[in-house]
Design a protein around this ligand. Structure first.
Ligand code: CP
Length: 320
């Protein structure tokens, strides 16, 4: 059966925000806000995943993404099976594609994949009939992170049009930066990036962003400062700045906030290296919405499970 024919998004899989249009992003956000409104009233969630199974292949560590996908499925009455790299037969020489085909033979309804190789969900998606959700592929994309970031921005800032968002840090190795740039631009925000020259990709401005290397100049007039972790696991050692030196030039601290708009929002996808890219007082301070982002991750992932498996379009005010 053609999965796209029976889902309102008109797409089989969520592989990246580069592939989502404004209407599809809006549908996912509307549905996520619907689920959040239900949670706030303590009413039961619709069991749109009842009798359905999601297999989650997590071949890289994760706290937020893995647990929120699991909670999202459970909230909707579905089941999850998690397979890590260590627990799978890939260690015996099985390829990722053979692993995915083997899983599909057991007839789950959806597959969630986190993998260190850029493009791996796209490769799997071409071979499988079931929907595939990219939970982070190397330094390529992390679409559900960008969607939960958008949900949080919508809550705190209202509109995307003209919103000025600065992404600070290791832009070159960040799948979050790439997914946020695509999604924010699709929704009408103005995106800038800032980082050491070694951690800014060449030709980054071809993506339509303004690039800075001076943090103080970059933060001025921004509505949102989204801070990223240095992806040490993806850097070659020659690119690796010392933590102290990095914090001095690119760490966001209370001193940095003096150069920001008073109502600036501080975001971070997590995990945070306190004292490196963000000072602890900013992480825990009044401008930080980091834990709001985490909480919204459950609702965005519920929305994606619901919509990709054939659920109807939902928005606040919809009765089910
Ligand atoms: N933001 C994010 O992907 O966090 P985890 O690696 O903990 O899932």
């Amino acid at each position: 059966m053609d999965v796209t024919a029976r889902n309102v998004l008109g797409i089989k899989s969520i592989l990246g925000t580069e592939l989502l249009n404004k209407h599809q992003i809006q549908q996912i956000l509307d549905c996520a806000f619907y689920f959040k409104a239900i949670r706030n009233t303590k009413a039961p969630f619709p069991k749109s995943l009842a009798g359905k199974n999601a297999v989650m292949l997590f071949f890289e560590p994760s706290t937020r993404t893995r647990s929120s996908f699991a909670l999202a499925a459970k909230n909707l009455g579905g089941n999850t099976v998690v397979l890590t790299k260590e627990a799978s037969s890939t260690g015996k020489g099985e390829t990722l594609l053979d692993t995915a085909r083997t899983i599909e033979a057991m007839q789950p309804d959806v597959l969630v994949l986190r993998h260190p190789s850029a493009g791996s969900p796209h490769h799997i998606d071409r071979a499988l009939a079931i929907p595939v959700i990219n939970a982070g592929d190397g330094f390529h994309e992390h679409p559900t992170q960008a969607l939960l970031d958008l949900m949080t921005l919508k809550e705190f800032k209202g509109n995307f049009a003209g919103l000025r968002v600065l992404i600070v840090g290791d832009i070159a190795h960040s799948r979050v930066a790439r997914s946020d740039i695509y999604a924010l631009q699709t929704m009408g925000a103005k995106v800038s990036v800032c980082g050491p020259p070694t951690l800014l990709p060449p030709q980054i401005e071809a993506l339509g962003v303004t690039a800075y290397t001076d943090l103080r100049a970059a933060v001025r007039d921004q509505d949102v400062v989204m801070v990223l972790r240095i992806q040490l696991e993806r850097l070659n050692p020659a690119q690796n700045p010392s933590g102290g030196e990095y914090a001095r030039f690119y760490g966001v601290s209370t001193e940095t906030l003096k150069h920001c708009k008073p109502d600036v929002l501080i975001m971070h996808p997590g995990p945070v290296n306190r004292g490196v890219e963000l000072s602890p007082d900013v992480v825990d301070g009044p401008r930080s919405v980091i834990l709001n982002q985490v909480g919204n991750g459950v609702f965005v992932r519920m929305a994606i499970f619901h919509l990709l498996t054939g659920g109807e379009a939902l928005h606040e005010g919809t009765m089910v």
